[in-house]
Design a protein around this ligand. Sequence first.
Ligand code: ACO
Length: 443
Amino acid sequence: MPLESAQALGTTSGERRDTLTITDNRTGKTYEIPITDDSIRAIDLRQIKVNPDDFGLLSYDPAYLNTASCRSAITYIDGDRGILVHRGYSIEQLCEHSTYLEVAYLLIHGHLPTRTQLDQWVHEITYHTFVHENIKKFMEGFRYDAHPMGMLMASVAALSTFYPESKRIDDPWQNHISAVRLIAKMPTLAAFAYRHAVGLPYVYPNNDLSYPANFLSMMFKIGDAPYEPDPRLVRALDVLLILHADHEQNASTSAVRSVGSTHVDPFSAIAAGIGALYGPLHGGANEQVLQMLNRIGKVENIPAFLQGVKERRELLMGFGHRVYKNYDPRARIIRKYVDDVLAVTGMNPKLEIAVELERQALADEYFVSRKLFPNVDFYSGIIYEALKIPTDMMTVIFAIARTAGWIAQWLEMINDPEQKISRPRQIYTGPLNLTYVPLDQRG
Ligand code: ACO
């Protein structure tokens, strides 16, 4: 509400008020804006006008560096202290005691399940892993060298046509079964994409296996021989899935929320999230880490490579994070599993380069002063490679894991009465009032 002057606020009394006083020096008017949860509402700025016809003041925030788009009770991150918490539980506790499917339940339902609830949830997911046979034909249409993220994105979008009832997003049962279908079928679609690329027959889900073991089976089983992955590999994969399950309002989750805000079905919204995750600055980073380690080739080449990064000829992939300006807690956890996996699979020369690269970067003023630390993708790529997962499947596994978070965030968004269709404003910088010139008169 506009006030006549700053003095009218009575700030001399000394009592604390959760408000922000803004003086518009164009008009001399002063406004008092409420502060809630250390935030002001951007819409409160709109009352600040030069004259009654003025649209009102906008906040300009390219890349959303300082804009909260929602209230959320799902994931908490303290980037400066390197803390990640899901529904109140630290990522360290979840990685030590839980499984991916239990964490998915936690994210989506808001609480840890009882034994009966967990058994029911795991049963539902396990018995929805099969996909319609037409999906196989659909997969056949892709070229042999199609990137599996493109195949996953397209086939998840296609699922919306197999389940048209999923657009009834005001029906809790539909939303539940969509969530189950998405989590259950994502590994099947991902493995089918891989088998298509390598020209191997598709392997159907095995309901006797755990969620991560079944994924490895669909990826690598040959013929009728039983496929029994080492439990240490299965556990490392499960922990990787937990680590990637949710990360609050990142680019892909914002894409899911933004597309979902149109009230489209969840398959279409999550296909949009997969598109965002595909980018090399987001989920594509672990693939880029492996390519970078391949290019470096040997430990002796590291100083020259880091010099190139400092000269801004390239990025040190797997380093840096928009939110963590400290060690990514997920990187610390996954580092421990690298040793477990390599004990099974044997030493990987890329790990040697990765460890030395990390050591040299963390001792270098350039990276230290910019608070650039390894993120989760720095080591996840090494584990995937040890598991014999090809580079272009790494982001696909990230997408499998993030599905739980995307669904939880989507459900929170559609049930939030404050949310509307997502529609940012812009500051127009182009011309106005040009006169159209017919084509044959243009120079
Ligand atoms: N290598 C070299 N320099 C870097 C890197 C990097 N990986 N990341 C940031 N910097 C530098 C920037 O050049 C900038 O330097 P300057 O201040 O001298 O101009 C400074 O550090 C600050 O960087 P910003 O660009 O402000 O960081 P931002 O928060 O916008 O970017 C991002 C975060 C996109 C993750 C970035 O660090 C990056 O590109 N990292 C490599 C890709 C990567 O690993 N992505 C995975 C992210 S985690 C995930 O998606 C699971």
